[in-house]
Design a protein. Sequence first.
Length: 389
Amino acid sequence: MLDVFMNTYHRLPVSFVSGEGSWLRDSAGKRYLDFTAGIAVNCLGHAYPNLVKAISEQAAKFNHVCNYYQSEVSRAFAEKLVAACAPVGMRKVFLGNSGAEANEGACKIARKYSLKKYGSGRHTIVSLKGSFHGRTITTLSATGQERLHKDFGPFTEGFRFIPPEDIEALDRALDPATVAGLLMEAIQGERGIFPLDPVYVATAAKLCAERDILLMFDEIQCGVGRTGTFLACEAFKVKADIITLAKGLSGGVPVGAVLAGEKAADVLGIGDHGSTFGGNPLAAAAGLVVLETVQDPGFLAEIVRKGERFQSILAGWGHPKIREIRGRGLMIGVDITTETWPVLEGALAAGLLVLSAGTNTLRFLPPYTIQDGEIDQGLELLKKVLTGT
């Protein structure tokens, strides 16, 4: 078969043709239990009936309208999304296509806010080592992983990285004369599922408020219910200035969102920013289903319960290859004593899809709709693979 794709992914040897719930089926008819949800995208699973219905009905009306105009479905989605993020202080939203685009928007808002209020020179964005904020030149500039920077410089100027959990380094870095914003993930996903310490987050929020530096949470992987609260940062009981979302927000349809609170809600003016597909009616229709489903307190409680079940089973094994288990809700990382790729290959052969985060961390981001029996079944397969690799 002619390979027409650029060689950007280390792909496993499988091609999928259909899915239902927590399962995918390949071109040979084999079924696989999905512990990846498309890297936290298919949060309601595959072919979720209400999602299929909403997308189909919207497609029968119209797929797209340009941003000269509005659509009722996109406005309804935006209103519901802002309301969902109101507990952490959000007031307005800009809709785009991806997490990287959302983070670029956040950086633009922070820089313009600072420029208009304090003048030039106060434009630095501080982020954390081990972070991941995207693969465009600017969001790569904000990503604190040196291995991802190789071959792509020079980068956008004005980004600085500090070690997570180091309060002294945080205090030094948040210079009110030069810094516009602090960008961080409540749980660092690509690093290997590392939740930030509540004291560190509280200190960051206090320093940002005192120095008028915008506090920005990247919730692209950990948001939209993934950890058992709608936003992961809700668990820290702090207010944010900017929140970015994507991945699971429309259950599999490309979408991105940057939300702003009181300080930053009106920073961007006409012509300052744009996105051809932002607020796309298909994404909005799908997003409404996700929001209506995920915001239910009972649904969120089930995410917490399933995550606890998942971690309890893993911990109960006492497996010699498992060094540490971390996470919250259905966002779980497991450090192992061997490299992850042979485990991913073995799991695939056994009919299980899992993720990695770095060389020695397995990452689990199953759909929220996964059933207890499926968790048990998938982990039993994983145990056999770990024992055999």
